[in-house]
Design a protein around this ligand. Structure first.
Ligand SMILES: *Cc1c(COP(=O)(O)O)cnc(C)c1O
Length: 417
């Protein structure tokens, strides 16, 4: 498949795009054209790994990666679960992987691609995390030969369980607590790529196209599953921070999957809604919220969405964003539990807030991006209950933690590369 940068027209291969992460012109890699499919052929699948193979195969034409059914079976070894909440209302649980967030899909897919491309060459994978990416990537990389993982997280700004899941891995994983915000971490990662030699450096942030490809399956697969019974286009609400997950949803729609409206829920970091309102993009320092994996003041993937909808009025028409504050997040967690006996994490709560305001007969799906047990510090006192800890989390919490604290400047990081 031909891949281009959002800022240029030079064509690269999918392999080059995965290895580089960010394009040399500073842009993000996107497919030059999306594959077109005969949708009818997809209705027979009821297993994600089997569905993934034909859907993603066109992206790997000409690739050195042997993209086959076995590749998909290894990556998609845990389910994606679609549950009814009420009539025409569904929740898409994306949190059944090893670190209990949707990031496990992208992280595992990316690492599998990278290993296939490196063929034993030594590499370092850098990743900035506002919570869940770091644990997913560390989990996917832990113990892998020839690859080191360097995970930067904002010190004291993620939950204790999130931190435990970043710092508990094998010796090839280096966890760095940065005295700053997620945006500082992301800046350090971007900076590392502009600092001289970086041949053996890549990034696993959602800027890497290999993180986005498996995410489009969430929407492709669930829309196909649901249209069989709903006989209508399926509408989604996606909790968003860096906009990677929702970009994948737009891509799935572009590819022809039966997707209707896409709504975006952000937390109090409202740069995207401000941009749509004012027409001027004004990145900001992120503010801390209960949905911390969405605390992003300068969402990278907005550039991919703008590339898809280059005209401002087109963008305004396609992007439906609402910012949901902490008070509304708490109220949403409460209401969802009381009304449906269903526990949601603070991120999913932003989507629930929007879902609860919809009053139509169309099928709506909210993406549930993390397991509530990762955010017990928020949920347990709020609802006065104890959340059962899933087995995979129990195992990680019992391991010793290891991390180093660094200043938020390029020198501190370059010394470690
Ligand atoms: C990363 C994350 C998000 C935001 O996803 P983006 O792709 O950055 O928009 C939402 N919820 C959870 C639980 C996350 O970990």
């Amino acid at each position: 498949m031909n891949i281009i940068s959002t800022r240029g027209h030079e064509v690269v291969s999918i392999d080059q795009a995965i290895i580089a992460g960010l394009a040399p012109d500073g842009g993000l890699y996107v497919p030059q054209q999306f594959p077109h499919y005969v949708m009818d052929s997809f209705y027979k699948y009821s297993n994600l790994a089997e569905f993934a193979y034909p859907v993603l195969t066109p992206f790997f034409s000409g690739s050195a990666i042997e993209f086959n059914q076995q590749f998909c079976d290894e990556v998609f070894s845990f389910p994606l679960t679609l549950k009814p909440l009420a009539s025409n209302r569904y929740v898409l649980e994306l949190f059944h992987g090893p670190t209990l967030s949707f990031k496990d899909f992208g992280a595992r897919f990316f690492v599998q691609c990278l290993q296939a491309l490196l063929k034993g060459q030594q590499t370092k994978v850098l990743v900035a995390t506002s919570g869940d990416t770091g644990s997913a990537v560390a989990s996917a990389l832990s113990g892998k030969k020839d690859i080191e993982g360097i995970v930067l997280f904002p010190k004291d700004k993620i939950s204790l369980r999130q931190q435990a899941q970043i710092t508990c891995w094998e010796d090839n994983i280096h966890a760095l607590a940065v005295k700053g915000t997620f945006d500082d971490c992301q800046k350090l990662v971007k900076g590392a790529f502009t600092l001289g030699s970086n041949e053996h450096l890549t990034t696993a942030n959602s800027i890497n196209i290999a993180r986005l490809l498996p995410q489009l399956l969430f929407y492709a697969y669930s829309s196909i599953q649901l249209t069989r019974t709903e006989q209508a286009l399926i509408n989604f609400i996606v909790p968003s921070g860096n906009l990677g997950n929702v970009t994948a949803c737009y891509w799935a729609k572009q590819m022809g999957f039966p997707i209707g409206e896409i709504r975006i829920a952000t937390n109090a970091n409202h740069v995207v809604s401000d941009f749509l309102n004012t027409g001027t993009y004004q990145p900001r320092q992120s503010v801390n919220t209960l949905a911390n994996a969405m605390d992003v003041g300068n969402p990278s993937n907005l550039e991919r969405v703008r590339h898809l909808f280059p005209e401002m009025n087109q963008l305004k028409h396609q992007l439906n964003v609402e910012s949901v504050n902490d008070g509304q997040i708490k109220a949403a967690i409460k209401q969802c539990y009381q009304k449906y006996d269903y526990l949601i994490c603070p991120h999913t709560a932003t989507a629930y807030h929007r879902l609860a305001l919809i009053d139509d007969e169309k099928p709506w799906v909210m993406a549930a991006t993390a397991h509530p047990a990762k955010f017990e510090e928020v949920i347990e006192p709020l609802l006065d209950l104890h959340i059962a800890i899933p087995e995979q989390l129990k195992v990680l919490l019992a391991k010793p933690q290891r991390f180093q604290t660094i200043e938020p400047d390029d020198q501190s990081l370059s010394g470690l590369l």
